[in-house]
Every structure is written in C-alpha cells, then in structure tokens.
Design a protein around this ligand. Sequence first.
Ligand code: AMP
Length: 412
Amino acid sequence: MSFEKFKLHPILLEAISTIGYEAPTLVQDQTIPVVLDGKDVITSAQTGTGKTAAFAIPILQGLITSQEASKPNKKIKALIVSPTRELAIQIAKNFKSYGKHSNIRSAMIYGGTEIEPQKELLAKGIDILVATPGRLLDLHKQDLLNLDYIRTLVLDEADLMLAMGFIDDVKKIERLCPEDKQTLLFSATIPYRIEQLANQILNNPERIEIGQNDSVASSVHQLLFYVSKRHKISLCLHLLNNTVSGSILIFRRTKFGVDKLYERLKDEGFKVERIHGNRNQNERQKALADFKRNRVNILIATDVAARGIDISELDAVINFDMPNIPETYVHRIGRTGRAGRAGEAFSLCSADEKNYVKSIEQFINDQIPVENNHPFPLDPNAKPIIHKKKGSKHKKGRKSAASKKKKRRWYK
Ligand code: AMP
C-alpha cells in the first residue's frame, strides 16, 4: 500500500515519490495515522526503520494544511529534540526533502559550532526547529527563541538522551512548550526512566513497538574471537588484512581507544576515519561523508557518536571492545546484514569481557559461534586483570557526582 492511503497533501506525495519511497515502512504505517489524528505517541524503533519520516511526514502535513488557512509567521510550530548533532543534521535533511515543494521553513541548531549564524536563522523565522538540548536552552535563555507556539514536540532517541545525561534538559524543554501540545517520543529501547518520563509528559499515548530489540537478523554472520587485551590490535589488523573487506564499522568503548586504533590503522596504510564526541562538528561531518561516499572504507566510532546515524549497507561490524549492555551488541551488529544482504559481525573478547558475552548470549537467547583458529588465541586459563589503586579510599559501588559526569563525557 502506498502513502496515498494517509490522504497526504499532493505536494508531500510528490516529494515522497521523487525520493523513491514506494510504500510506508512498518513504523510509518503504524505511527503516521496516529500522529495525523493528533494523539501522543511512544514508539520504540531503531534508526534504520524509517522512524524520521514517521514523524516528519505527518508534521509537514499538519503545517501545510493549516498554512493554507493562515499566513506564514515567525512562530516555531514543531520542535524536534535530538541527542546528537549528526542525528539533528539527518533529521533536518529529511524535513527539507519531504517538504521541498512547500514553503515550510525548517532549521537546525546544535552545540559545538558558532552561535551567530544560528541566531540569524532564528531571527528570519522558521516553522520547524531541530535542536540538540544544550544549544536550544542556551538560545532560549538569551531570549532568542520562543517555544510558546509549539504544536508538536518530538523527542528522538530518548534512551540515548538519558544515557548522555540530557534527561533534565529534556524535561525543562518540555515545560517551556505549551501544555496542550502533541508529544511524540521515539526510543530504541524503553528503559524504566524513559517509561517514567513518558508517564510524566505524555497524555494518554498510543504505544507502538517495532521489531524485537533482542533479535539478530539471520543474514548477520556472527563470530567471537577470544584474545588478550594486548593482542587485540594485532588480531584486528589480521582480520582487516585477511578476512573482512568492504565497508567496515569498528566500535570502541572510549574516545581514547578510537584515536589509538585510528592512528595505528592509518600507519598501516588503511583508509580510515573516526568519530567521537571530542571531534568538532566539521571533523565529524567530514569523517561521516568520506565513509558514506566510500573515500575511506573503515570508520571507527564510539557507540554514542554512531547511534542514530543512518549508515546502512555495511559489509562488516567489528566489536573491538565488547559492549557491556546487551542491547548495544544487537544495535551495533544490526547495522550490517540489512535488507537481506549478508553481513559479518566480529567480536574481540578479552578475559575481562567474558561476562559481557554471557549477558549478550542470554539476551539474544543464542550462542555466538567462537573462532579459535586465529594467530592470537587467549590462554584458556587467563584471568581478568583487575587494576586496583594502592591505598584507594574509594568505597566499591559509590561514585561521586564528578566521576559520573566525567564518565559520561568519556563515552560520548
Ligand atoms: P531512519 O530510520 O529514519 O533513519 O531511516 C532510515 C533510511 O530509510 C533512510 O535512508 C530513509 O531515507 C529510508 N526510508 C525511510 N522511509 C522509507 C520508505 N518508506 N521506503 C524506503 N526507504 C525509506
């Protein structure tokens, strides 16, 4: 069934057909009619399912039809809050292409870049604003934007906003918008605190669940390599030289780890780029563009930097560090093997990460096949190395607010 069943405005249907979408995806099929009806929605869906169009198309439809009755003005009518700059850029791009035959004006604002051009954009007047939480609040504090006329608020990748420590900012933003607005919450997973947030801010929402969060596509060929920590780089090089080819996304847990591996692969002559929270906006955009256009075939990323970015058609994912959250494993490897294509997911596990594998296997209810035939096998008796500071006064399980904040920054 095509998009026509939603009774969209002809200029929207024309744009959708030019882009080449033939039929709505599952998340669009279920979410678009509910949003058009004006209801609040909580949708669990991952990037890659088409969730951006699931909120962008009905928002545009509402604005186009109401614009026919009223003159364009300087009031922001729809606000989309995104945790990362990359996702904000992607969302804004989608709004522009779906709304290209209309005169709806959309813009984006995000941190880590000059504020002046964003002030100018806001002064010109826009209908749809895509924003990251910090910069949005910053501009609001300076009285440079008004959220009094918001009709629809979208919170995208809500679980990632929680993980990045934005939840209080999100609550503040919600309170700055009118009480009778429509709120749409999208999240890959619905942990307890997101459920709580939804209960606080959504009004009798419709619940839509897309895809099983614990399922791994059968087109993904998974392999687990047990290896000591100090041999991980050698094993990674061995795999890149002998086993995997094509476009490869490598995940590391920390920004420092991303940089270290990047330098080494570059020295070895690989075409490689990297993204993490310490790189500035231009660097991150360029890295992503070079990877998408095949100028480099390897991208190294932290989870947070890679989440929400539409990188599809990957040939392989390498988990250089095992993720400590089972859902993250599923998200990471779900980036390959899409649309029925075969994909590889290689995971390098050191002695201290064996427990992560156990949790992942419980979560996916399956065993990841182990490849023992490689040049750097882990000594089966190897015990995890636990680094303890001599005379440390820290009590186990109690972390200071400063150390938690530091950790959050480290993982971005
Ligand atoms: P998203 O999950 O919103 O990041 O979308 C993932 C990808 O799916 C993007 O490249 C979209 O352009 C594409 N997409 C979204 N909706 C459709 C559709 N109905 N048919 C084909 N591709 C789509």
